[in-house]
Ligand binder design. Sequence first.
Ligand code: ADP
Ligand code: MG
Length: 371
Amino acid sequence: IPTTAYRPIQALPDTLISQIAAGEVVERPASVVRELLDNALDAGASQLQLRLLAGGIRHIVIEDDGRGMPAEDLALSIHRHATSKIRSLDDLESVMTMGFRGEALAAIGSVSELRITSRTADSANAMMLDASSGEMEPAARSVGTTVEVKELFFSTPARRKFLKSETTELGHCIEAVRRHALARPDVDFAVWHGGKLQYQWRGPELSRAQEPDHGVDAAGFFEGLTETFKEVERAQWDRRIADVMGAEFMEYSVPVDHQEAGVHVYGRAGMPTHSRNRADQQYCFVNGRYVREKTIAHAARSAYEDVLHGHRQPVYVLYVEIDPHQVDVNVHPTKIEVRFRDGRLVHSAVRHALEKAIAPSRATTASAADV
Ligand code: ADP
Ligand code: MG
């Protein structure tokens, strides 16, 4: 089309709008996995099963034992900007759920064959929704939700071309599960690929983690979270970190636990001797959400500054808990970035937490260097 020719403005059709918007949320199978895991956790699930075929390109199924959706909600769940998680801007400021934008299912549905089967505790049977036809029919399953995503990007070949090999895509999917598994040691995770069990991370027989009902004040919930941390024993976090990160990391890492100005930082920090060439094992969670955030990354780097040389990268799993009003999670469609109201507070808390934790091993590194 010659660029000089006049072309009238036209409103885009709905499907195209969704497909364009989907680009922000769904980049590859792992993005689907991340969104569906978020949804299952938001629904209070304590057991999650993920089944993949061909690195998730052909087939992704996530089954949860969460509270499910009644038929009316099921029909709405695939609409753009339809969510049960916020009602107002106020809610957004204190949001503690993983989701709130009401975009994921709509996005996924516009670039795949999507089917959702869901049942709540007070319905006699499940309902299955076919997203492309919008049709619903009764189905069998226990309380909870199954989301099935087939042939990702089948209708958008341009995007499909950007996918890497099945092995690479599988790796990204598993990485997404690792992050969720680290965030929630109270939940059971199982990952299958091509019918073979790949990973299983078991949670303890704990009561379901609470999630705020709509309208619960955030301060109250924040206390609740701190309580949860106390209840969920240190041992439980350590066990999950060990399961996901491996025994070697446990051997060469030290516990982190530090409170400062309303910021609680805990987790495990690798000893300086256990550094890596790449920053690929730095896990950071803010109020249970996996994030990549500059302030925290910088604080961590400064804590290791004197003990790591050149481009060596520390390994850590850090959980930062902070009043949700202090965090803006609505910065990026995938919510992997967050913004802090007072970055200095968080920087200082993270830096001190790590310095305190690795201090004994700093001493040994320093004296070893002296020799
Ligand atoms: P968001 O998570 O931002 O609300 P989604 O598009 O991911 O948006 O999901 C839309 C809605 O569908 C959610 O708000 C929730 O009410 C419902 N939903 C999605 N997945 C599940 C699930 N696994 N169990 C129960 N409800 C779900
Ligand atoms: Mg969601």
